[in-house]
Design a protein around this ligand. Structure first.
Ligand SMILES: *Cc1c(COP(=O)(O)O)cnc(C)c1O
Length: 352
């Protein structure tokens, strides 16, 4: 077995594997409609919204793009703090969507504070909850509150790709109007589905555009348990199966994930490694590479133990490495990974 310690895709949940072994359903049949509706109901609970969750076939980035293009019209002013690779992606999507984008840059590893987004004159604010590229966690409720105090009509869109099932999320309670996520991170399913959660305020503000991305068309179809186009129904089954298992014991699940990630940070710090993020997301542990150690050497040391890890992205390429236990790992497997991490570094750092 290989230890997948990458921040997505991740080690699959056994319920996902089981669901994926079932015969093909046709998506325009009653059993498929029932499954699709069940998945949507469970996703609404997971996102903590009284609104709607739309299931799209594609990756998380598709959900981010659908969110931006269906909520904002070209020329509308949006604020986009950039503090990692994924907030940079939100910025690029907003530009491509023709929005008037105000970009705010932060050093990678940091997150914006409420004072940074308390600016008047914006229709929208786009935030990444858990910046997987740096391991940093943004305080969505505080940011949404500060932004809306200045822009009461404004809409807050969030990337919850690595916070869904990893950290408490709740759209309306957070003041977040729309959120995007995907199947291959905290949901412990294969890649292939994107989710767009729309709180009632976002539903009332939809400005659909695009063809495949037209969320009003999806909304009409998905309320009936279908989707406008052929869905990855097998993956929908996997997502429903995992949520059915995890949601009834969500609190314990989130505690386990937080404990596992802190376990990785604990090992790293004991080895003398410097963590990157200021405020830590439970999705991934990110460390600076030790002085004079190349990423390739770290990757190799893990690979010798059948473990796959991730490096840095963008400006962090060659400067950091990342480990994640957001896949399906129990407490004892996580302790095994902690031991593996220590052992891998004994190859890299001579004993002192
Ligand atoms: C993985 C990820 C995405 C989506 O990436 P895809 O490859 O399109 O699924 C978006 N945001 C964050 C924070 C992520 O970790």
């Amino acid at each position: 077995m290989e230890w997948l310690l990458t921040p997505g895709p991740v080690r699959l949940h056994p319920k996902a594997l089981e669901a994926l072994a079932r015969p093909q359903l046709h998506h325009r049949t009653e059993p498929a409609r029932a499954l699709f509706l069940r998945a949507r109901t469970l996703l609404k609970e997971a996102f903590g919204t009284q609104g709607e969750v739309l299931i799209l076939t594609g990756s998380g980035t598709l959900a981010m793009e659908a969110l931006v293009k269906n909520l904002f019209a070209p020329g509308e002013r949006v604020l986009v703090p950039v503090y990692g690779k994924f907030s940079e992606r939100f910025y690029e999507i907003a530009l491509e969507a023709g929005l008037a984008v105000r970009r705010l840059d932060f050093p990678y590893g940091r997150v914006p504070g409420p004072e940074d987004v308390a600016r008047k004159g914006y229709r929208g604010l786009l935030l990444v909850h858990s910046e997987t590229s740096t391991g940093a966690l943004a305080d969505l409720p505080a940011l949404a509150r500060a932004f809306k105090a200045e822009n009461p009509e404004g809409l807050v869109g969030a990337d919850m790709v690595t916070s869904l099932l990893l950290k408490e999320v709740a759209l309306e309670a957070f003041g977040v109007d729309a959120a995007a996520s995907g199947s291959q991170k905290g949901l412990m399913c294969p890649p292939g589905l994107g989710f767009v959660a729309l709180a009632p305020r976002a539903l009332a503000a939809l400005r659909p555009r695009g063809y495949y991305l037209d969320l009003s068309r999806e909304l009409r179809a998905q309320r009936e348990g279908e989707s406008a186009w052929t869905p990855a129904i097998n993956l929908v089954g996997a997502v429903a199966a995992v949520l059915e298992e995890v949601l009834p014991r969500l609190e314990a699940h989130l505690e386990l994930k937080a404990w596992q990630n802190e376990l990785l940070y604990g090992v790293g710090e004991a080895l003398g490694l410097r963590p990157l993020p200021e405020v830590r997301s439970p999705a991934v542990a990110a460390f600076y590479l030790p002085e004079g150690v190349a990423y390739g050497a770290v990757k190799e040391a893990f690979a010798r133990r059948k473990a796959v890890i991730a490096g840095g992205q963008g400006p962090l390429k060659g400067r950091i490495f990342r480990l994640s236990l957001m896949g399906h790992y129990d407490r004892y497997e996580a302790l095994g990974v902690a031991a593996l991490f220590r052992e891998a570094f004994s190859d890299i750092l001579p004993a002192s």
